[in-house]
Write a protein that binds this ligand. Structure first.
Ligand code: PNS
Length: 159
């Protein structure tokens, strides 16, 4: 059984994330989406809300599930008995941070490897932060996030 972790903040999940999740689910027997519960950040959605949205938007992928985690990613990977971390690369600008993160993770836990999937060109401009900025000004985020998430963002920003 080849199990992979796809970690991130997912605040909120975007169409780009869903593309990486879908493609990963074809490569691995099981994909666990690891939602970082970071007490130092003030996210738009709680970790529970992010897990719920991810579970909903991936419900047609039977070998995918979402779980919140805190602490070190490699510890979460070990706990879930996953040997691979998946990360998406949208542009060269992502690479430096991702390279450093994968090398750090490999240094502290050589048994877990990182696999990069390149984003589809149609999603290369998509990010959670851009979607949040657009939604905060009442803009249309339908090209960035699934409809359910767009609705939740609208509600959150109208409070
Ligand atoms: O979606 P993001 O914010 O780019 O995801 C970043 C994430 C969650 C993968 C990264 O911050 C992470 O792994 N955090 C857990 C803490 C950790 O393991 N740090 C050491 C590796 S740099």
């Amino acid at each position: 059984m080849k199990r992979a972790i796809y970690p991130g903040s997912f605040d909120p999940v975007t169409v780009g994330h869903i593309d990486i999740i879908t493609r990963s689910s074809c490569i691995f027997d099981e994909v666990i989406i690891g939602v970082l519960n970071n007490s130092q950040k003030a996210p738009l959605f709680t970790a529970e809300e992010r897990v719920r949205m991810l579970t909903e938007v991936t419900r047609e992928l039977p070998n995918v599930r979402a779980e919140a985690f805190s602490g070190l990613l490699v510890d979460f990977a070990k706990k879930e008995e996953a040997t691979v971390i998946i990360r998406g690369l949208r542009a060269v600008t992502d690479f430096e941070y991702e390279l450093q993160m994968s090398q750090t993770n490999r240094q502290i836990c050589p048994e877990v490897d990182t696999l990069f999937l390149t984003a589809n060109v149609e999603y290369s401009y998509v990010s959670s932060s851009t979607a949040k900025e657009i939604a905060s000004f009442g803009g249309d985020v339908s090209a960035f996030v699934p409809p359910l998430v767009a609705q939740e963002m609208k509600k959150r920003f109208s409070i």
